[in-house]
Each structure stands twice: as C-alpha cells, then as structure tokens.
Design a protein around this ligand. Structure first.
Ligand SMILES: [Fe+2]
Ligand SMILES: [Fe+2]
Length: 257
C-alpha cells in the first residue's frame, strides 16, 4: 500500500456534496467508503482462517501482506468516514445491518466457503476499482484527498486481486460451480447494502433540508441515473464481472488498468 493514504484526511471546510455538488454521487462514494472497512474486516477474518487450512502454507507471506494492506485501507477510510459523523450521521446505526450480516456469515461459513465469498468480493472490488480508475467522473471530486484515497485503494485492489483466489485454490476450492453460485449472490448482497447506505445518507440530507417530496424524488431519480452513467461504462463493467464465470478463470486475466 502506498504510505501516502495513511496520512490523508478530508480537507477542512469540505462542501457537504463534494462531488460535483451532487447529492447522489457524493453519497454513493461515501457509501463505498463506509462499506470498505466492513467488507475488509470480513476479508481479513476469512483470510486468517483460510491460512490455517491444510495446503495453504505457501500462501502465508502473501496472505499476511494482504491482511496488512486491507487493514491499512480500513484505517484510511475510517479517517474519512468521520466527516459523516461530524454531519450528524449515526455511523453505528447506519452500519448495524451490514455488521450483523458480516458476523453471521463469519459464524456460518466454513473456512473454505468464507474464502470463496471473499474471493468473489475481491473480484467485485477489482472490477469496481478498474471502473473508478477509468472514470471521467473523478474530475468532479472537489477534494483531491478523496480522489487519492479512492485511486490508491483501487490500485491496491487491482494489485492484490489474485491473493484470495490463489489461497482458495490452495485450500482446494475455487471450482467453476462455486464461482458461478457465489459471485451473483455476493454481488446482489453488495448492491443491496450499497443501495441501503445511499438511501440512508440521502434520507439524512432530506431530514436536514426538507424539500417537497415529489420534487425531491424526481431530482433523486434523475441524479441517480446520470451518476451511474458518469462513473462507469456498463458494458465494460459487465464484461469484467462476467469473466469470473468463465471456465479456467484466474484474476490475472483482468486488465491492470
Ligand atoms: Fe481494500
Ligand atoms: Fe482487497
């Protein structure tokens, strides 16, 4: 991980909607920042458990470097996420659902299944990271600190995209059927949780600056559609996502940038 993101923090006097003055885009990026440490806590726990599986000893060094890198990302995101608490967002209440789900999954899943779920999360992370690095929407971010945080994190995610997958294979998993079942399930859960967080943050905005409901709804829906189009090419996103389901897939097949 680049040391530089460990020393980053949001600039003082940051505008509430620091991405193009747009509520949806800002709240979407903030939801990603809120989700990152929660997902990373799950990844770290499953990789640690996976390293105790027979056959994974050759992956020990890469696995521990992965754990350190993800912990570094979480620390950097926590610093940025505090600006939401300063706006009055109750972070513990907002994240309670994600945390409950993550704890249940850690309790229920075997070490190998935990790695299968983590490998799918890492594939999603790499796909989204690639979209971020290629996105024209980055120029709308008014605080360069936020762009550096997301861009450095994205480069790391692409750099270590194969670690959990290789660990899963060393533990004897990662077959086509598991990949084909787990990736769609993980993607759906991630999408629903991200949508729930965006909705919670937008609801917080509404509570602070009430507007007529119908006007707000139309504006929100329009901003959402525009926001998605600005931040990723849907065909590229789907093509990269789909690669995971191809027979013989390995994460190195994803482009580097
Ligand atoms: Fe990360
Ligand atoms: Fe990662």
């Amino acid at each position: 991980m680049s040391d530089s993101i460990a020393s980053l923090s949001p600039p003082p006097g940051l505008a509430r909607h620091w991405c193009g003055g747009d509520a949806f885009e800002t709240r979407f990026l903030e939801a990603m920042s809120l989700l990152a440490p929660e997902v990373e806590r799950f990844l770290i726990a499953t990789v640690r458990a996976g390293l105790a599986c027979p056959g994974t000893a050759p992956m020990a060094a890469a696995g521990l470097a992965f754990v350190r890198e993800e912990a570094g990302h979480s620390a950097a995101h926590h610093v940025f996420n505090r600006q939401l608490a300063a706006q009055g967002v109750d972070l513990d209440a907002t994240l309670a659902g994600v945390r409950r789900l993550s704890q249940r999954m850690q309790r229920w899943l075997s070490p190998r299944m935990g790695l299968a779920v983590s490998a799918a999360f890492e594939h999603l992370s790499a796909v989204v990271s690639l979209a971020y690095l290629r996105s024209a929407g980055r120029t709308r971010i008014q605080a360069p600190e936020f762009d550096r945080l997301f861009a450095e994190h994205a480069r790391d995610e692409i750099g270590h995209r194969a670690v959990v997958f290789d660990l899963l294979q060393a533990a004897g998993g990662g077959g086509w059927l598991t990949r084909a079942l787990v990736l769609p399930a993980v993607s759906l859960v991630a999408l629903l949780q991200a949508a729930r967080l965006v909705a919670a943050l937008l609801a917080h905005d509404r509570a602070q600056a009430p507007q007529p409901r119908s006007r707000w709804r139309w504006r929100s829906a329009g901003a959402s559609l525009l926001g998605m189009a600005r931040w990723s090419s849907l065909p590229a996103l789907l093509q990269h996502w789909w690669m995971y389901l191809l027979p013989g897939f390995h994460p190195r097949a994803l482009p580097d940038r």
